[in-house]
Structures are given as structure tokens and as C-alpha cells.
Design a protein around this ligand. Sequence first.
Ligand code: G1P
Ligand code: ZN
Length: 544
Amino acid sequence: MNVIVTATTPFPDQKPGTSGLRKKVSVFQRPHYLENFVQSIFDSLEDYAGQTLVVGGDGRYYNRHAIQVILRMAAANGFGRVLVGRDGLLSTPAASCVIRKHGAFGGIILSASHNPAGPDGDFGIKYNTSNGGPAPEKITDAIHRRSLEIREYRTLDSDDINLSKTGHASLGDMDVEVIDPVADYAELMETLFDFDRIRALVGNGRFRLCFDAMHAITGPYAVEILGRRLGVPADALINVEPKEDFGGGHPDPNLVYAKQLVERLYRDDGPDFGAASDGDGDRNMILGRHCFVTPSDSLAVLAANARLMPGYRDGLAGIARSMPTSQAADRVAEKLGIELFETPTGWKFFGNLLDAGRATLCGEESFGTGSSHVREKDGLWAVLFWLDLLAARQLPVQEIVSRHWAEYGRNYYSRHDYEGVSADGAGELMARLRELTGSLAGKRYGDYEVALSDDFSYTDPIDHSVSERQGIRIVFTDGSRIVFRLSGTGTEGATLRVYLERYEPDPARQALDAQEALADLIGIAGEIARIRHHTGREAPTVIT
Ligand code: G1P
Ligand code: ZN
């Protein structure tokens, strides 16, 4: 094997964020930048000689180049085998599935999730461990430390591997197996849901749906699973051709960016069910005709109905949600008599709970839902769950949700994002809030009285690690909440996220528009945090 050791110098900015290292493509294109980070990953791992690594990405620009670099470096660093998706593709949940199924040592996933792609867009890289989940902070911190000291990296002098066909190739002493990116994942889905029941719904001649892959990774998954295995007609699957720049779009499945889908669902003759996933396939958005299911409500509804699904027939061990996610799922957990965990933002915090068998379903307000079947959130899984639920209950989406609210109460919920604001201003806003937290309890704002206010800190119940400063919570005496935190995934300036929640138990008052229902809290949030003053913005850029 022709190993080349290349001298390099550290980059000061390779600290992984909420979900790996994300930067502009142009940053990754700087000489040695990608190699430094990959070598820092390998240097932070132990005893992987001869082991299997899974590699794949969401197909965005730079994916193909990065995969070849990683393959060469994996061989030079002593991995025995790499499983790589055909054409370098693997959705994030499918990568997690493949790591688990094949007992891999870990995996490298190339994605910047829903961030725009293309030469001027973003790129990202993250490491997942043998459980299929994002590396815990202990490892990402080690990678970061290593990236600040790195002096050399190892690679091979070899040609690119042809990734367009499944099969085996050798790279130095390492075996490269090009795998079908969909097969393992599709097989897993068939064990969780009743495909016959879904097929009957889809083929009954009355039910219509629309799935939007947003020109990103879920296209091939939707074509195989929804189209070929479940019989969804081709014209119900839109934007299924993956593109390196995601067609110039912003593949974030929400009411703002999945406009084409939302418009279809709000037409009078619109389909009964609509769904979309994001750039790397881990997020989901669920719509019914003329209705949108918030991700927080979706988690609660899925939890309440889980026993109807073959894969969850025995019930749930527990439910985990990120702190800013609404408390709708808490009420379901209470009724089911199971544990509810409130974790910091980011899927990595669910890993320990899933591994320990304490939680079965997990969710984040940011269009992320998943379960113990893999260790990532999973967009298509959520879509299949909803389809199977519609097939089992034979009710429209809206009816399922309103019956859920009637039973459990409604948690009105919204998130307001101030994207790309000045990092200094946002930092000052958070610093001031942090100082205020001690003195807010007992204060009144209109009808609301502050019961508790703090900077959320989480002690992992399994490994007892502590994660501090995870967001400012202001909780009112009626359970309503305002949460403030700064995004850890943005690549430009800072993004302030404001999460608003109010509980309404009375079914007669559950049909308001969320922004209307939350109007008072929105005003209070602006007042307490002095949002306009610190951000210079009159209004949020994205409301979901
Ligand atoms: C965002 C979401 C968070 C999610 C992450 C990765 O992180 O808020 O829930 O886990 O993307 O998809 P943030 O930008 O808020 O740090
Ligand atoms: Zn994603």
C-alpha cells in the first residue's frame, strides 16, 4: 500500500456544532481543510484497525470529491472495509441503519442537512459511532482538540473508485463495498409498519397523497419504498431527482421552504396527505388537506397511536423530546404511564436513552421524529408511520389531530427564527437574558406570571454527563413557556430561535391560529429579550 504522509497545519475553526462540522463549500475547498478534519476524526478513535466504516452523504455538491478523499484516508489509516452507498449516497437515517445492521465501527456522513447546496452553498461532515448515532460530545470535543494540534494526515496515492455500480473494489489493503443505498433501510421499514395495510389505503382509489423529496436524498428512497413497494403513483412523488444544488432550493421541510407542497395541500381538491423530507432525509413535515401537523403534535400523536404499528405493538419504553419541543408528548407519556425525558437540542442527546432502552420514540420541534429503530431522526419513517396510522384509523389527518387535542388538550406552539443576525448582538441578548434569569420568577406580564426561569442544564440519566447553557427557559405559572437559544448549525452570523408555547385544555378554544393564540407571549418575548434592540430586526425571518 502506497501511504503518503502529508504535512499540514491546524485550522482554528473545526469545532463540530449541533450536528457535525458545517461550513461553506469554499471553506472545505481550502487545501488540507477536509483532510485535516477527517484525520482528526480517525486520530480520536481507538482500535479500528481492520474494522468497517460506513461512508455516504446527501449527494450535495462536493459529496463526490469528499467521498474519494475519505476512502483513500480510511485505507491509509488502516480500516479493513468501507461500505459506501452507490454514487456516494446514503440518507442520514439509512447510514445509521447500515452502521447498525453491518456491525460497523462507525460512519462518516456528508451533509449539511437542509442548508442550501452548490458551489456557494454549505457542506458538512459528521462522525457516527457503532450504535449508528452521532458521536457524543466526548468524541466531538476530542476531534476538535485534535484538529488544533494536527501536523500530518495519511492518504493513499491511488485513483478514484468507481461508485456507480454495486460491488467490491480494493483500495490498498482495504475492501470497498459499494452498496444499494436503499435496500437495508427499506427492509427495516417493512418490519416496523404494515405495508399491506398501507398498500390497501394507497390503492383504494379515494386516498391521494403527495410526497416532496425537494431534489434531495429521499428521492430514490421514496421511489423505491413509496412507489415500487407501496404502489404510490409516480405523479404523487415530486422533486424526486436528487441534484447537487438541490435544484437551487432550500430543502428544509417547513411551511416556508416546502411551498410547492403546501400549496397543493391547501387547494380545495388537494390530496389527503402531504409530506416532505429534507436534504439528508432525517427531517419530516406532515400535512393533511388544509392542515399542518406541528412536529411537536406529530410526536404526541404517534406516541398515542404507536401500538397500532407492528413494530411498536408491545408499547413504548418512554418518550424523549428536546427541551424546546412542546409538552404535548408529556401528556401522552403521563397517560401511558411511561417515562418522559427532556433533553437539550440535538439528536445526539437521545442516543444514550435509546441504547439503554429507556426511550422508544424521540422528537424535536425542528421537524425531527424518530425511534429506537436507528439512532438518527428519520424523515421517511415518520411518513410511513403516518400513512400506516391513516390506514389503521381510516380518518383524515385533521380529524386524528383534533381528536387528539380533545383528549389531551392542545399545546399551541410556534418557533420564530431571526436568521443571520449579528453574532455580537445575539450574544449580548443571550448574556443579558442569562443575567435576568435569576430575577424573573414572580414577575407579571399581562395575564402571565413567571414561575421559573433558568438556562437549561441537562444531566444525562445514563452516563451522568452534564450539558450546560442549553437555552433560556421562561416558564409561566400556567405551564406556558418561552425559550431562547442560538442555533448551533448556522454558518453565517447568528440565528436566534424563540420558541413559544401555550396550553389550551378546552376543546371549544382549540381551533385558533397558532400565531393568534400566542400573540401575548410573542409580545412578552420581544419585551423581555429586547429582540428588536439586539437584532435590529422588526420581525422574524422564518415562522414555523
Ligand atoms: C437545528 C434544530 C435541532 C436539530 C439540528 C440538526 O439545530 O434546532 O433541533 O437537531 O438543527 O438537524 P440548531 O440550528 O437550532 O442548533
Ligand atoms: Zn437533516
